[in-house]
Design a protein around this ligand. Structure first.
Ligand code: SF4
Length: 187
């Protein structure tokens, strides 16, 4: 007997209601213990849920859906709650003028940056391989604070899908390959 969308949703309670077709292919469709997707980190059930996601053929669709719906609870698309929160807050706070980020890193002028744009400067700098001293000077911050920003940006780079960072990635590629890039060297 073919499994219907409704039957899958009845068992697949950790996913939101609605019935896109991709859910028919979900590795977690119909599992008996959906609670594993809400288990505490570092327990066996948590690892089991992540392992299931790793082999799921619709992981990308699941993650996109979670981001689109602003899901912050439970494991979705192979991402933990913390990672989902990072992605969702990135998406919600995304008001970055990429030109201002470029101007900061190339020292063409010193625009006033929002906090989101400052983090964008750090992510682009990390992507482009710009040394910490250089981008810290561009932001006018000290080494200690810069290391904290770097830690946060590294976490974001690990979890935020590239499709949400296309402008940053393109800018980083230009900075990386521009032989004559003029980067700020002093605050
Ligand atoms: S990625 Fe994980 S949570 Fe999403 S459908 Fe697949 S197994 Fe389920």
């Amino acid at each position: 007997m073919n499994t219907t969308v409704n039957e899958l949703e009845a068992a697949h309670t950790h996913l939101d209601r609605g019935s896109p077709r991709w859910r028919l292919k979900a590795a977690c469709a119909g599992i008996k213990n959906p609670d594993i997707f809400f288990a505490q980190p570092r327990v066996a059930a948590h690892r089991q849920a992540l392992a299931l996601c790793q082999q799921c053929p619709v992981r990308r669709e699941c993650l996109d859906d979670a981001i689109e719906c602003g899901v912050r609870d439970g494991i979705r698309g192979g991402h933990t709650e913390d990672q989902l929160r990072e992605i969702v807050s990135f998406r919600e706070g995304r008001r970055v003028e990429i030109e201002r980020v470029r101007a900061t890193l190339t020292n063409t002028h010193r625009p006033r940056l929002t906090d989101q744009e400052k983090m964008s400067v750090v992510r682009v700098a990390l992507d482009a391989g710009i040394p910490i001293d250089t981008w810290a000077a561009a932001l006018g911050i000290g080494y200690s604070y810069a290391t904290r920003r770097r830690r946060k940006a590294t976490t974001q780079l690990d979890v935020i899908p590239a499709s949400m960072r296309s402008e940053e990635i393109a800018l980083a590629a230009k900075l990386r390959h521009a032989a004559t890039t003029t980067l700020v060297v002093a605050a």
